[in-house]
Design a protein around this ligand. Sequence first.
Ligand code: PLP
Length: 375
Amino acid sequence: MVYLDHAATTPMRQSAIDAWVAHAGARNPGSAYASGRGANAVLQEAREQVAELLGAEPVEVIFTGSGTEADNIGVRGLYGASTSKRVVCSTIEHPAVLEAVRTLEAADGAQVAWLTAGRDGHVRDLSPLDQPAAVAALMWANNETGAIQPVREAAERAAAAGTPLHVDAVQVVGRIPVDFHALGATTLAASAHKFGGPRGTGILLARRSPAPQPVIVGGGQERGIRSGTVDVASASATAAALSEAVLDMEAETTRVTQLRGYLVRGVVAAVPNTLVTTAEPALAGHAHFMFPGADADSMIMLLDVAGIEASAGSACSAGVVRLSHVLEAMGVGREEGMGALRVTLGRTTQREDVDALLAVIADTVERARAAGAMR
Ligand code: PLP
């Protein structure tokens, strides 16, 4: 199997598996007796490690059940903590943020000012941030194109207007350096399975003030921001994965950047009329292509048959393939956008994996274009 979908999820690191196994028997970290205190000590160590690796204080680290949950708490929780109904959000956010904002719009009458992206996938006009709002959201890097967004400038401008900023850093944490305090955001979301930790564990970094309101209520764990007994084994595995990712970051970025260059040159040379969507600054592992006229679904199926796993740039919901909202927001037309392919490289990717894709890509796109012609 050739796995080229590291932005969707990446294999768990051995260090994370070892940490998880070591603490799989941990009891309730909220219990006052010995086994509870033992579990809590493991949890606090994980919290301290994560805090140090991401430039935060331990008290600012909230373990959640996913990146999606961290995003929801950031957006809905900060909105709930304000009396304003104004929200600023980019049009290219992951559904975890976008749907949270749309829900506020539909259910609470929130007024949304949108940050728009250009054809290269980058948000440039940050002026909606200059008016105060309950919350603003801008992702650090887009999951489809890999485009890195101007989050530092956004944090400055939001702070100047007194607006708390939520940054979805799910694609970024473990891939590029993150310093929460230096960034100046109010909340930041990460997801363990994107950097070699377990699936089903997220991190929300949340400043002491303004603190997001909880979106689910219960026993008041994690500063009352995220109730529910914390999964100690997963928190420990997350910290282990993150420290390894941060340690390997520089070397991995260099290695993956070279591999991606080789991949992009190969695809452009092999397939006529290829558009490379990913534009710098971008994450090193992301290569997003558009093959006008091709049918993305056919492409994914043909690659799958060849033992290659990659992702369509178009979103499939309820069996209907639609143009991805990210590409649509960038002003990409259907002809191009429906023939999108996202290839994402990661820690386990070798040159042979790229060669395997290059060996079949011309034929795959030709056949997918024939299928697209019948659409
Ligand atoms: N935000 C971004 C940018 C993502 O890429 C993802 C995952 O695909 C998420 C949020 C959601 O993370 P999780 O899968 O942990 O819910």
